[in-house]
Each structure stands twice: as structure tokens, then as C-alpha cells.
Design a protein around this ligand. Sequence first.
Ligand SMILES: Cc1cc2nc3c(=O)[nH]c(=O)nc-3n(C[C@H](O)[C@H](O)[C@H](O)COP(=O)(O)OP(=O)(O)OC[C@H]3O[C@@H](n4cnc5c(N)ncnc54)[C@H](O)[C@@H]3O)c2cc1C
Length: 457
Amino acid sequence: MDRTQRCGRCNAGSTPTEGTFDMDNYIKKNVGWILIMVLAIIPVLRWFFVMPLNFRFANIALIATSLGQITGILGMILFALNLIIASKFKFIDRLFFGIPDALNIHSKIGAIGFCLILFHPILLVAKYFYFSIESMAMFFIPQGFDAVSFGIYALVLMILIMVLTLYIKLKYQVWLFSHRFLVLAFVFAVLHSFLIQSDISRDLFLRYYILGFSFFALALSLYNFLSDKIFFKALEYNIIRVQKLAENITQIELEPKYRALKFSPGQFVFVKFISDNLSSESHPFSISSNANNKNIELTIKGLGDFTKKIGNLKIGDKAFVKGPFGKFSFLEFPNKDQVWISGGIGITPFLSMARSLELGKTNQKVNLYYCVKNKSEAILLDELLQIEKNNKHFKVITWFSEEKGQITAEKIVELSNGFANKEIFLCGPVSFMDNLRLQFNKLGVKNINIHWEKFSF
Ligand SMILES: Cc1cc2nc3c(=O)[nH]c(=O)nc-3n(C[C@H](O)[C@H](O)[C@H](O)COP(=O)(O)OP(=O)(O)OC[C@H]3O[C@@H](n4cnc5c(N)ncnc54)[C@H](O)[C@@H]3O)c2cc1C
């Protein structure tokens, strides 16, 4: 056994995750999931009391119908909750431990909801199987604008959008546009659920519960759409610096025109630039400046159509900044030592955190791993070393993969003396974070002590 392996094991034995259960952290990270489950289960529980169960489950055909009703109710409520999460409102950011985590849950409950909605008509028409396949198929042919037809329109629209999402690689803006049609599918689904004779139309509680969620979801979706398209509710800034740091990395400094944004180091914003040289799409970027500064700095790597043109921005161009969003901040865990691990451009939230270390209430010890291919890519190293010089609790560890290969969790355990009472922060390419997270898990570190910021939703 080599030295690293031995060290990895002995330190894994002293992680905070073994033997103790970090309840605070667990609740913080899972409250959104728990809430979704409770809200989804309430109407199903109610359904069980609307009619005697011996009637609902008397024979195979009734069992299929009952399961069809349950999948319909659950699918409908998950669909509504999904639209609520997608609205990316501030309360969603807080409930789900940040928008990226919320959107991750959004895609999971989207998939579950979609399957349920798919099974809903299949189970309901199963009873016609006794007669003929044709009579089952007839059920799926819309007849105009009646309750059943609205359900079919909703289903077809959902299937089309899901096929586009899952099987065709669309450009982000096209994908976003196609996703907006889900709201139309939801409108059809709402019309279907309230026009059709069912438990929802018979039982007041079910009716108002589902109606309430449906209207809330539609109102948030509408507001979100209008606020993006018409009154992009954001703070106005002017660009006062556009600086090329490397071939494909540009730093931009924004000065508030009126009010400055208040943010925690590590958080991100949606920015829309108004410039002759760049389209006015809104994109998410982590803030890389000190949270005490009124100006905002963004450090952007040219990866796609939009970001490759970011260097075309000019001093004096306008920017609208919406946010801040996210919980990826050392301030969330004030009493813990920390290990920050960045891969490539994933250094940006850590730059903000390093520049804002004085905001920490305690003398947390922080080890920052700056992982890039080679020294020429470590463009922010000089500043980070300067911060290290002025703060005895902050240590920068560079890792050049061209010299040493990919960094491993065991190596980090060795260099940072284990993980007892520490929180781990990861930001970098998805495969880099997934790999490290799994390696940490194998060493006994639980996911509730690992925090990651994905640079894609
Ligand atoms: C929370 C967060 C923080 C980020 N911080 C930084 C940062 O500090 N520095 C940096 O260089 N990059 C950052 N990014 C990534 C940056 O947003 C994307 O690189 C950029 O949006 C890509 O746009 P594109 O058109 O150039 O590339 P494309 O090739 O069109 O897109 C690449 C991927 O980026 C995502 N994306 C594209 N457009 C959008 C959009 N309008 N909204 C949301 N996601 C989109 C999609 O997942 C897409 O697959 C961050 C992303 C997120 C989610």
C-alpha cells in the first residue's frame, strides 16, 4: 500500500461524516425535496378518502382506473411544482439550496411527472382492452375542444418537448424556447383536469388544492416570462473595464448606475449586456469580485457562441444584472474549516471568496486547490498568492495536470490533513466534479459535506 492510500484511509476514519449525522446540513440541503414530497402526497391521501376503497379496488378494471387517477393527480401536482421551481424566484433559491440544485431537482421531478402523466391515460383506457384495441386507440383521437381532447393535446405537446429535450442536442436558446411550450401543455392539462368528471370536480378540497397550485404555477411562469422579455427586473450597470486575461478569458468590471447589488462571495448573477457587438441574451456568471465592492467583476471563458464574443464588449456598454443567486459560499458554513477545489474557469467563485475572506466571522482555515493544465493557465495565481501572504489561514495549492495527472481525493486528503470538521467546495467541469465527489464518497465523506457549483443548468 502506498503512502497516499494509507493516509487516505486513516483520514477517512476521522471525517465528520462517520459516526455523526450532520442534521443542520441535511435539512439545509434537502428541505426542498421534503416539501415537494409532502405537497405531492397531500392530494393523493385525500383521494383515498373521497370514496370507499372497496369500491375503488373491486376488480382489475377498477384498480387500473384508480391507479390512472392517482398518476393523474400526482403528475398534475408535480407538473405545477416543476413550473414553480423553473420560475427561479428568490424563495426557490433559498428553499432548494441554490438555483443550480433547484434546477437539478426540476429535471428529476420533470421526468417523474412526465412518466406519471404518460401512464395516466394508459391506465384509464386499459379497461377498453377487453373490447378491442381500436376502442382503446379511439380514446387518443382528439374530438375538438372537449375535456378529453385537452388532455390529449397536453400529452402530445409534452411528448414532443421531451423528445426534443432528451434526444436532440439543441442550442441553449432554442431549447429554452421549446421548453416554454410546456406552459401551454400545462394550460391544456389544467383545462382537462377541471372540465372532466372526476374526483377533482367532485371533491372541493382536491379541486381547490390543484386549482391553487395550477394558478400559482401559471402566474409565476407568466411573470417570469414577462420579467425576462418586457421588464427584465434587474439593476443597471455600465461596463468600465474589459480586460483580456488570456487568449479565451476576459474580465469585465461593471459599475452600478444607481443601486449596487448586495451579494455573498461565491454567488452568481444573470447578466444581459446591451451592446452593438453582442446579443442581449441573459447568461449566468459567478461574481469574481470582493463582496464589499460596489463594482462587480466577471471573469468569463469563451466556450460557445455568446461567450466567445464577450471580448467585443466596449467600455460604456450597459449591463443589466439580476440576482444574486446560489448558496455556494463559505459564509454558509461559518464554523467549519474548508477545502476549495477549482478546475479551470471554476476558480471564479473562489476568487470572490478569497477576496472576501475578511467577511468570515471565525478564523476558518481554507485550502484552495487551483487545478489547471499548466502554469500559463493559472492566470489568477499571483493575486491568490498575494491574498495567501496576507492571511495565515488561507493556503493556495496549485495542481498542474500536465505535470502530475488529474488530482485525486486521496491526494487532497493527504495535503489537507483529512476532513475532520471540514466542508468541501467544488467548482469546475462536470466530469472533474463528479469524479472527485465519487472519490470523496469512497473515502467516507458524505454528499451533505460536499458542495458544488455546476456551470451549466
Ligand atoms: C451558476 C453558473 C455560474 C457560471 N459562472 C461562470 C463564470 O464565472 N465564468 C464563465 O466563464 N462561465 C460561467 N458559467 C457558464 C456560462 O454561463 C456559460 O459558459 C455560458 O452561458 C455559455 O454560453 P455560450 O452561448 O457561450 O455557449 P453555449 O455553447 O451556447 O452553451 C454551453 C452551455 O452553457 C449553458 N448555457 C448557455 N446559455 C445559457 C444561458 N443563457 N443560461 C444558462 N445556461 C446557459 C448550457 O448548459 C449550454 O449547454 C456559469 C454558469 C452557471 C450556471
